[in-house]
Design a protein around this ligand. Sequence first.
Ligand code: ZN
Ligand code: ZN
Length: 283
Amino acid sequence: MLKLHVLASGSRGNAAIVENGRTGQGVLVDCGICKREFLDRAATCGFDLSGLAAVVITHDHGDHVKGLGVVLRGLAKAGVRPAVYASEAVLAASAPLRDAVASVGVSCRVFAAGDRLPLAGLAVRPFATSHDAAASFGFRFDEPVPRVEEGGAPEVAADALGFVTDTGFMTDEASRVLAGVRLLALESNHDDRMLREGPYPYPVKQRIASDRGHLSNEQAARALVDLVHEGLEAVVAMHVSQENNTYRLPRETLERALAEASPALAPQVRVTVAFQDRPVTVA
Ligand SMILES: [Zn+2]
Ligand SMILES: [Zn+2]
């Protein structure tokens, strides 16, 4: 079974670990928090960092990469050297990312949308999102169905987790790739009215609300209604703005949309929210 540990989520810094519950190995998605927070929060979540097999980077914005160097160096001192993956364009655009991997003497590995990366005993599939970065990606994590030998044990059901943040809208590709997951980490960045009436300068408001900005609570609700199926057990609202949202609104908006669109399925879907300042585990 898969577990998601969101160590931090929001515009001040992002980091999340997808854990392969069978092996204790994990993949870190982004690293925009400092070493102290990273180590403390991973420990709070009960994730043993010696199992950290890889890091995948969604995009080149600072809130997703600024802590990578200090964290990789801290891990290297403890003998942990995860492989680091980013897209070609993100790698070219991010000096902090290149410096971070160089500082521990490794080279960044490159992925493209549609790849299937074998990491931590999982199949990790990047897909393109729509954001004002050099390039940006979400990921699907599949725990592959173990091969069944002839006359052997029956098939064990596969597990799957979807992860999508920092996207101005749900692309067709994202909707297609995320279909059928059991756990879903879904951006629910802002409330439209709070953004409109809030303190940000007009160009920043426009950027956030644009097709290359961030998903609003309402957009997240529509995406969730599209993706809900009888195997969906939990959704985590991600990258919640501290200026243009509350931690209550995404949960209410997603729960209400589910109850209206799929009253039969809504009771089985847990809706939780990821925080900037404390970790959350969903399994
Ligand atoms: Zn971000
Ligand atoms: Zn971003």
